[in-house]
Design a protein around this ligand. Sequence first.
Ligand SMILES: [Ca+2]
Ligand SMILES: [Ca+2]
Ligand SMILES: [Ca+2]
Length: 340
Amino acid sequence: MVQRTALIKWIGRIMLLLLSAAGSLVSTEVSGAEVPFLEDFELLPEGSVHGHEGWSVSKGEVSVVAGPAPFGLKSLRSAENSEVALSVESEGNVFWVNLWIRTQGSPFVPVIPRLPKKSAVLVFDSMDGIQAVDGDGAGGGMIVNAGVALDGSRWYRITLKLDFDIKKWDLYVDGSRRLTNLGFHSNDAPPLSGFMRTTYAQSHLDALSITDVGLTDDTDQDGLMDLDEMRVYGTDPLSADTDGDGMRDGDEIAAGTQPTDDTSFLYLRISGQGVGSALQLSAPTVEGKTYELQETEDIAIPDSWHSVAQFVGDGFSWVWVVTDDPPAIKRFYRLVVLPQ
Ligand SMILES: [Ca+2]
Ligand SMILES: [Ca+2]
Ligand SMILES: [Ca+2]
């Protein structure tokens, strides 16, 4: 279970953030759902999203549909020439907006001064791909390219960090930071109040979240960023070992085991110990992962570990029989998952 208690410290202030498929992500004033806001569309009925949990459709048709979806079974589909807004209530100055989007982009480039005054503005352009408005804070600014072309057949993870203290924002695509220190389109916009999306071509959106945790902090120091734990892995950003099986969440992801299942973890089992009986080592494997069995005669010397065998997992148990049984000298074994 994802623990959210520490994140719920938003009450009060009202804002709106605006996202458009042709291009804008911005901020205005509206009231609505509370932040932290998480919407996977799984619990909403199929059909128009208008009127559900802070959503409003002002133009065209924006509906919860069954598939395609990067997570679960449902996503939000915007038909051609549609406009949808989500309003949230929040308090604080730094927000992370995360969502997955599938769009081929629009051929229309927005005229920046004509955009409603908002904070962050994103542009999905069919020719130049993902772009952002580096605003001047007064309703103007210039378009900068994030260097990511749009392929209408795949999902893109879009993450924005909005800092209302310094009126700057950063853009991440698929978890990697692409643009930093972009100016707000308008500094008059109050802190985050939601978002708005204008689409000129049919597109899909899913797994939208607005939180105060992001991709720059690993609070529990388990190797996974807080927002990734909440939105990608379903683990607890405040616990290094969510399922309590002794393996850190980040190590479970690296090993391909399940960080939310305490029966799934990496281990090496020794059987047949003792003089005269064959010594056998076995381990569960994950298909496609590369493993290395290592041994040493002295675990006090860190550099003394050396490779005995390497193998690629097939999803079944791997077995290694020690051939010089009984071993002439005491040995230690360990199993390592090699980085891919
Ligand atoms: Ca973490
Ligand atoms: Ca964790
Ligand atoms: Ca586990």
